[in-house]
Design a protein around this ligand. Structure first.
Ligand SMILES: O=C(O)CCC(=O)C(=O)O
Length: 266
């Protein structure tokens, strides 16, 4: 794999590795997205079973073999290892849909660091953590591609209004201006199916609604150097893929007190 993406990632805070996955892989992932979507519709409300959470469809890799396979795919290891090494845990496993007509599914500008909690569980976030996304469909501005500010990761943690909501919020140039960022520098993350995007935990980004009649699906996996994180599922150990077993603490604080499946209000 061409290593140019490493340099681009360090300089700009993001990179795209083109054509990592082929048509067969993309078809397998589309099938997985369809299966999870059907289950989510059947639940009809937010639903949790241990780390599996149906709102943003989190951690479906525990039960879906296809999603499990790609979270530790050798091609993902080769992208992640030059950045954070061969002993890697995972703290994000998430499916994002922007279905045609779901005009409210959008993300206001923010930095992922905001959700890396509790902070005490993470060390050296800027260099220890990398978020990745596999494009399952083509991503364009019109169908809700991510928009980002290149180089903004160098600004550290910025103030986007502490505690404010991110999901279902429109991208706002005023938010960027308040954080001292220049909206004219924004870049759309244009992806083809099978491309892998990666971005830094401090990179400022958001994404708009899908205004087209085409799907926009994105398979997100967030990895962290194991030595710098007290949470997460092992993904690679000594450069070898690790399967998921009994769930460990990631974000769901009541994992051990309330492990049974249940609907979640709100
Ligand atoms: O799916 C999207 O467009 C947003 C992704 C994103 O902002 C994230 O997961 O950090």
């Amino acid at each position: 794999m061409d290593q140019d993406f490493v340099e681009h990632y360090r300089r700009e805070g993001y990179a795209v590795v083109r054509g990592v996955f082929g048509a067969e892989d993309v078809a397998a992932l589309r099938g997985a997205f369809d299966r999870i979507h059907a289950r989510a519709l059947a639940y009809g409300r937010s639903f949790r079973h241990q780390n599996v959470f149906y709102r943003l469809a989190q951690w479906c890799a525990y039960f879906d073999e296809t999603l499990a396979r790609y979270r530790t795919d050798e091609r993902m290891r080769r992208i992640v290892e030059p950045l954070i090494g061969g002993d890697v845990k995972q703290i994000i496993n998430q499916l994002h849909w922007k279905t045609p007509g779901a005009a409210h599914v959008e993300f206001g500008y923010y930095q992922d660091v905001r959700f890396r909690r509790p902070r005490s569980a993470y060390r050296a976030l800027a260099t220890a953590y990398v978020q990745t996304g596999i494009a399952v469909d083509a991503h364009r501005a019109e169908n809700g591609a991510m928009t980002l500010v290149p180089g903004s990761h160098r600004r550290g943690e910025l103030d986007f209004g502490a505690g404010g909501q991110v999901l279902d919020q429109a991208k706002s140039a005023a938010d960027l201006a308040r954080a001292g960022l220049d909206a004219s520098r924004l870049v759309d993350l244009v992806l083809e199916p099978g491309d892998v995007a990666l971005w830094n935990v401090f990179l400022v980004h958001g994404s708009g609604p899908n205004r087209t009649d085409r799907e926009r699906r994105f398979y997100l996996n967030g990895y962290v150097r194991a030595a710098d994180c007290d949470r997460g599922e092992w993904a690679f150990r000594g450069g070898r893929a690790c399967a998921l077993g009994a769930p460990v603490l990631v974000h769901y604080e009541e994992l051990h007190e309330r492990p049974e499946p249940h609907y979640v209000d709100g």
